[in-house]
Design a binder for this molecule. Structure first.
Ligand SMILES: [Mg+2]
Length: 310
């Protein structure tokens, strides 16, 4: 695995504090509280791997925010938006612009924002469905889309498969697109990955006519949503004590909501894809590790490797 190059064969010999110092020597790694990070790693490592669960956001966390040349890449919703007629695309862009104003409004509560986002996503789905898109279009657009998974996602997926560690992948986008991208990039090894997102429903002619319930938006993509019967297959793995959480927005910190009272720990890794000093401070207050402008899975890969050592 490419991320082992910098640590070579030293990894099995490292104790947690030395491992954390090694991580911090990587230029993209920032951490507010190294002793808390060490203590979380120790707790997870002392427990069995059967107690570990991975919760990750998809857009710009599992996928890259930028390509090799610094050009921005698409989100799953962006895949559809790219092909909508101009009037619908403009309507959708205006809607997302309004959503962003609410999402980043510091004077609104989480609950107020969540309620607004539900309406915003309902409107976005209405706009998308009004275009009369088909299942084969979704497949074609997804396969040719400018979405790239982070370097090392393949190795992470293989590691989790080998160690039988489940991964729940959240997206406020579209399930169909996430699954097609995973199939395109990872091949068949995705049985241990459960996608929690908005699945399209089709009529007999395979035209999209709706989205399955529950609606997943940026303020409810968390484990409490899994309590819904639709995702009952996933409920069984939620009894795992410890969580490795990965996200790229401050809202992603809540993906493990409702688990905070559990016995285990949640180790949070945040990808800060574009930043200034203010956002870095906010990310450091929420995430245990913040990765600046890192389009790879090097650090999560090293951590998973370290946690698997006995
Ligand atoms: Mg994201």
């Amino acid at each position: 695995m490419f991320w082992l190059n910098s640590f070579t064969t030293l990894l099995p010999l490292l104790n947690t504090d030395i491992f954390v110092n090694k991580l911090l020597s990587l230029p993209q790694v920032k951490c507010r509280d190294t002793s808390l990070l060490s203590s979380k790693l120790d707790t997870i490592r002392q427990d069995e791997q059967t107690e570990l669960l991975i919760l990750s956001d998809f857009d710009y966390t599992f996928s890259k925010a930028y390509d090799l040349h610094g050009n921005p890449l698409l989100s799953t919703i962006g895949v559809i938006d790219n092909f909508l007629p101009k009037d619908l695309s403009t309507e959708l862009s205006n809607l997302w612009a309004n959503c962003l104003i609410i999402e980043t409004n510091p004077s609104m509560s989480y609950e107020e924002k969540a309620s607004f986002m539900e309406k915003c996503w309902t409107d976005a789905h209405r706009i998308i469905l009004s275009a009369g898109i088909t299942k084969s279009q979704i497949k074609e657009w997804s396969l040719m889309s400018k979405i790239e998974l982070r370097d090392g996602v393949n190795e992470i997926a293989n590691h989790l498969l080998k160690e039988e560690i489940p991964l729940i992948l959240f997206s406020a986008g579209v399930t169909d697109i996430v699954e097609i991208i995973l199939g395109r990039e990872l091949g068949q090894s995705t049985n241990h990955i459960q996608v929690i997102s908005n699945a399209l429903k089709y009529d007999k002619t395979e035209r999209a006519i709706g989205f399955a319930e529950p609606l997943i938006h940026c303020f409810n993509k968390n484990v409490s949503t899994i309590e819904q019967e639709t995702f009952s297959r996933t409920k069984t793995i939620l009894s795992r004590k410890n969580v490795l959480l990965m996200g790229d927005s401050l809202g992603d910190l809540y993906m493990g909501k409702e688990r905070e009272k559990s016995q285990g720990v949640t180790l949070k890794i945040g990808f800060l894809n574009s930043h200034n000093n203010d956002t870095l401070i906010e990310y450091l207050n929420g995430y245990d590790i913040v990765l600046i402008d890192d389009q790879t899975m090097q650090v999560p890969g090293l951590i998973l490797e370290f946690l698997s050592l006995q």
